[in-house]
Design a protein around this ligand. Structure first.
Ligand SMILES: Cc1ncc(COP(=O)(O)O)c(C=O)c1O
Length: 375
């Protein structure tokens, strides 16, 4: 039977993310434009300070995107060219490319049942050439930082976090991005804190690292304009910073809405034997998750995906359906059986603050209908 036409539920409603705040955003554009405040201006400084205060970080430096941010974080942290950097293969290719362009060797490892870096797998991959461990704080959840910090201090390694998806996420009360010497967050439009294009920030948790990152992102220059070494041009536009600072003021509400929606999904998916749900909010005392994504494991995943698409429900395969080491062109040549098996099952359901409770109910009703058809 053909389903009755209903309102589509896009995976992420990009136009709505603009028009929901259109008047305020246009006001910011006008204000910034009339002041001619385009590059490295007070709005950027204010955002950097507000983010550093929010996170309890030493310093935050706005950059062009989180991929550049990771590269700068690795360089500022002192990762040596030719050394090995361990990362979880369930991440965006950007994590590995940042390691590559820092001149280091990306070493992918398995993720655990929580889909984040498996500390035991990370430990097993340590060699005499390892310089750093780079966990991805995936889907708005922070990895087991107790285990990873123990590991890095026991082996004398640097800890750098890919916190692109995790601004506001906490582990034992501490914010993602503040565990390592340096880390990066992304402000890509679909991120929990997103701007109207590309954007990112480096979080530096030591003074020297902050100074080096600040110089690296602006042609190697210090605040006086003196060039102290080679650098990049990777600055966050002042207009984007002004928009982000405006959105940061409402950030707690946005996070709370995402957590509420996750609670809704969790309750509604109860008892669907073919689906493994991510942890519910407050399911353990250590984690505070911000649900950048709602990533499930699903049996007959591809069938479910098409079934949902036919009902106007958008979903996404993480990273185009492959873990980083599975992209042959990168030449990482390793087998990670647990991660590869997981990638046959993972699926991202719609998760954004404009989703209604009714939308969640509709998505889950469709999931249930799909599996009922198979029993
Ligand atoms: C885990 C992870 N790392 C890195 C990035 C790269 O961020 P950007 O697009 O800001 O360069 C992303 C963006 O989606 C991401 O999700």
């Amino acid at each position: 039977m053909t389903p009755a036409p209903t309102r589509a539920i896009p995976f992420f409603p990009y136009p709505q993310s603009f028009w929901a705040e259109e008047e305020d955003l246009v006001g910011i554009f006008r204000d910034v434009g009339r002041r001619g405040a385009f590059v490295m201006q007070e709005d950027l400084r204010r955002l950097e300070d507000n983010l550093a205060r929010f996170l309890g970080a030493w310093r935050v430096i706005g950059v062009a995107n989180a991929t550049d941010g990771l590269l700068i974080a690795l360089r500022a942290a002192g990762v040596e060219p030719g050394s090995e950097v361990i990362f979880s293969s369930h991440t965006m290719v950007a994590t590995a490319s940042a390691i590559h362009f820092a001149g280091a060797i990306p070493v992918p490892v398995e993720c655990g049942v929580d889909h984040l870096m498996d500390p035991a797998a990370a430990e097993a991959a340590i060699t005499s050439r390892t310089s750093a461990i780079l966990p991805t704080q995936l889907n708005g959840r922070t990895a087991d930082m107790d285990a990873l910090q123990k590991l890095t201090s026991r082996h004398g390694l640097l800890l750098v976090e890919d916190a692109a998806q995790a601004l506001g996420s906490r582990f034992r009360g501490q914010y993602a991005g503040t565990f390592g010497v340096a880390s990066a967050v992304s402000f890509f439009p679909a991120k929990v804190l997103g701007c109207l294009g590309d954007g990112g920030a480096v979080i530096a948790n030591e003074e020297g690292v902050g100074e080096r990152a600040a110089a690296l992102h602006d042609h190697g220059r210090d605040a006086q304009g003196n060039v102290g070494g080679w650098g990049f041009n990777s600055r966050l536009d002042n207009l984007q910073a002004a928009i982000l600072d405006y959105r940061l003021r409402k950030y707690d509400t946005v996070i709370e809405r995402r957590r509420e929606l996750a609670r809704g999904y969790h309750a509604a998916l109860e008892g669907v034997a073919e689906v493994v749900r991510p942890p519910a909010p407050n399911s353990d005392a250590a984690h505070f998750d911000v649900y950048q994504n709602y990533e499930i494991e699903a049996e007959r995943r591809d069938g479910l995906r098409y079934f949902l698409a036919a009902r106007g429900i958008g979903t996404l395969l993480p990273w185009g359906g492959k873990a980083v080491h599975q992209w042959e062109a990168l030449g990482l040549r390793t087998r990670l059986p647990a991660t590869e098996k997981l990638f046959e099952r993972v699926l991202l359901l719609p998760m954004h603050p404009w989703l209604t409770d009714d939308d969640v109910a509709r998505v889950v009703a469709a999931v249930r209908e799909f599996y009922r058809g198979w029993t």
